[in-house]
Design a protein around this ligand. Structure first.
Ligand code: FAD
Length: 285
């Protein structure tokens, strides 16, 4: 049974946690409280997102460095090709390598409105990184298709291109329809992508915001989810419990389908991620 399977897992799973650079002192406190709470689960790595707006690169770099120094965890910066020349990207990568960073999440990045420059795709960035140093590289994948992709097949071929260019790990966009992830994983295997397709798990505490984002992200919100969050707009406590319940159900099914690695979009919070990891069998070392 599923329960037996979960019991047998015995914490034999790999988790990673994603954070974003805090903008205020208060947010910084929240982030650090979360990092310290989650670090005992011995994540394989933690990652820190990167926005193209000015100053963000330094914030990402600083957070990554502090995490490494204060916790000893492997910390990976996200890096995008937006608003930077190849020369600048090479310099950033070299700086990262020189400061002991060995893992990078390589992305094209979200394109700002009225962006004039030529696009530097994730596959271009991977080639550039490979040229600088032998980084361990993670890339993004989209079980429900990237919104700008010409077709599902073109998007899949792009992922293959990224892996062939030297990406070692694949992390998915979040999803709620587990079937679409499983089908996508099969399609990756059938085209010869041999990297693990690590599901990105988003515990949804703010359903309204998710609804707003869904058009831009192309992530399906199943109708059962609308039902689950119905009437909870002003009830954050119940929303949190519902979020934990939904994410727990998802990871249990994924685990039964052979998934051992999970990436969590923590939004810099620890409670839900910790709970879900605990249920999956992760325990403080
Ligand atoms: P790519 O793999 O380059 O693909 C982008 C699109 O272009 C796809 O539709 C693809 O099919 C198409 N394409 C690729 N190559 C070509 C080509 N040569 N010609 C024509 N079309 C092509 N964004 C941030 O800004 N900062 C972050 O820190 C960040 N972290 C993320 C982490 C994860 C795990 C995920 C899933 C996403 C993250 N994003 C982040 C969002 C990401 O930057 C956007 O989804 C972006 O629009 C696509 O990035 P990509 O690396 O997947 O791009």
């Amino acid at each position: 049974t599923l329960n037996q399977h979960i019991a047998d897992l015995n914490g034999n799973i790999n988790v990673s946690f994603e954070f974003f650079p805090p903008k205020t002192e208060k947010m910084e406190e929240t982030l650090w409280a979360s990092i310290h709470r989650l670090k005992v689960l011995k994540p394989k790595f933690v990652s820190v997102t990167y926005g193209a707006n000015s100053g963000e690169r330094d914030r990402t770099h600083n957070v990554v460095k502090s995490i490494k120094q204060e916790t000893g965890l492997e910390a990976a910066p996200h890096l995008t090709g937006i608003d930077a020349t190849p020369e600048q990207l090479r310099q950033i990568a070299q700086d990262y390598w020189d400061s002991g960073i060995r893992r990078i999440v390589a992305l094209r990045g979200d394109v700002p409105a009225n962006y004039q420059r030529e696009l530097f795709y994730a596959s271009d960035l991977i080639e550039l990184l490979r040229d600088v140093a032998p980084f361990d590289i993670s890339v993004a994948a989209y079980p429900e298709i990237h919104p700008e992709a010409k077709s599902a097949q073109a998007d899949l071929i792009n992922l293959k291109r990224k892996v062939d260019a030297g990406a070692n790990h694949v992390i998915t966009q979040f999803f709620f329809d587990v079937e679409s992830y499983l089908r996508f994983r099969d399609r990756c295997a059938s085209i010869g992508i041999d990297a693990e397709i690590v599901p990105g798990i988003l515990p949804v505490t703010n359903f309204k915001q998710l609804q707003k984002m869904s058009a831009v992200t192309n992530v399906k919100i199943p109708s059962w989810m609308n039902k689950m969050y119905e009437g909870l707009d002003n009830d954050p406590t119940t929303r949190n419990l519902v979020a934990a319940s939904i994410a727990t159900d998802m990871v249990r099914v994924l685990s039964r389908e052979g998934v051992n690695d999970f990436h969590f979009y923590t939004l810099n919070r620890s409670e839900l991620t910790y709970t879900i990891c605990h249920i999956l069998g992760a325990r403080p070392a």
